[in-house]
Design a binder for this molecule. Structure first.
Ligand SMILES: *Cc1c(COP(=O)(O)O)cnc(C)c1O
Length: 362
């Protein structure tokens, strides 16, 4: 093993392998019980792991991933992070922040994935933050596939290398090494400790399943820690068949990465596309309902792309008495809140449709 190139990089053992990590989270995001949405009409308690509060650059689940990508970039002596995402990507925004924290440059490629959005979507929210963090922005047209997006990253990297730079590419495709998922292997241990401390019985975990690293990491981390807790991934971009295959592939790659390919079996991988609605970045009346219920009954902000859907899934799970077996739902709040300020028009429409005050039946 090579010695870390930067004093800010530590080595963490996960499974049977060692990984460089650049710490970006200072505290432990809390685990909170929802006071008003829990227990209502026989609904199970809902505990929220507040990974929207991971801190760096307005936080979210991507901070945990970036600890491992930034760690490896520093350990390899790289000088620039390169990443791709939707225009309002939280991943891209947190990467730009991590680059600032670690003293690296950042190039980001924004994909026009969501049709029919306004100027606020293109310049506000996460895009404003990307520019504040000083990242260099590139753009990819609407019809680009995931493979096109990754090829775009490689082209940016080649251009930088030609100028004598040493870039580190964070690819998106499921076939690439899922290094970011290591952050959620560590998070699983943290969550199990918090559950034990709270003295509650959790019987279901519900999370958003997008690129799939968070889902794969948390699931692998629970099994590595000896927990058989079921994890349901709520699809936010693809249908259940595609997402199931994607999580299977990533869990396989992750198991090999940590030298423990035996941890996750086919039955462990559970996804639902019941809350996908019209697709990525778009909501159904039900997912807008969950989004507004969290705000109006708990003062809890969700985002319009990921957690509106995953929280609708958590509410439905908490209402399913057979699945809950008397225990609580653990809901992972993955953040994404800066996008609220880029979806104003869509949220306005949801507000107009909902009318004032708490939504009955949510
Ligand atoms: C990226 C993101 C997710 C999905 O995480 P993956 O690891 O890509 O599956 C969920 N919620 C928010 C807010 C995100 O930004």
């Amino acid at each position: 093993m090579t010695a870390p190139a930067s004093p800010s990089v530590e080595t963490v053992r996960i499974g049977n392998a060692d990984f460089p990590r650049r710490r970006l989270i200072s505290g432990t995001p809390p685990l909170e019980r929802l006071a008003n949405l829990s227990g209502r009409d026989g609904r199970a308690p809902i505990l929220v792991k507040r990974d929207d509060l991971t801190g760096l650059g307005l936080g979210g689940n991507k901070v945990r991933k970036l600890e491992f990508y930034t760690g490896q970039a520093l350990a390899q002596g790289c000088d620039t992070l390169i990443i791709t995402g939707a225009v309002q990507s939280n991943y891209v925004r947190v990467t730009a922040a991590a680059a600032c924290a670690a003293g690296l440059d950042c190039h980001i490629q924004l994909e026009d994935r969501v049709a029919g959005m306004d100027a606020g979507y293109r310049t506000g929210g996460n895009v404003l933050l990307d520019r504040m963090f000083g990242a260099t922005l590139h753009h990819l047209p609407a019809e680009a596939s995931e493979a096109d997006a990754d090829a775009g990253l490689d082209a940016i990297a080649d251009a930088l290398r030609a100028k004598g730079r040493n870039p580190y590419v964070i690819h998106l495709g499921a076939a690439f090494e899922p290094r970011g998922a290591l952050g959620y292997i560590l998070a699983a241990r943290e969550i199990l400790d918090q559950i034990a401390q709270a003295g509650v019985t959790v019987t279901q975990v519900v999370i958003a399943s997008g690129s799939g690293q968070t889902h794969s990491g948390l699931l692998t981390g629970l099994r590595l820690a000896g927990s058989s807790l079921p994890v349901t991934g709520v699809c936010v971009r693809r249908d259940a068949v595609q997402q199931q295959a994607r999580i299977t592939q990533i869990c396989g790659n992750l198991g090999r990465l940590i030298g423990r390919p035996d941890l996750v079996g086919p039955d462990d991988i559970v996804v639902t596309d019941r809350f996908l609605g019209p697709g990525y970045g778009k909501n159904s009346p039900e997912t807008w309902g969950a989004f507004l219920a969290a705000a109006r009954q708990e003062g809890l902000l969700l985002d319009p792309v990921y957690t509106s859907k995953s929280f609708a899934g958590a509410l439905a799970m908490a209402d399913d008495r057979d699945a809950m077996a008397g225990g609580a739902v653990l809901y992972l709040h993955t953040g994404g809140l800066p996008a609220l300020f880029a979806y104003e028009a869509a949220i306005d429409e949801a507000l107009a449709a909902a009318g004032p005050g708490p939504q009955p039946g949510q």
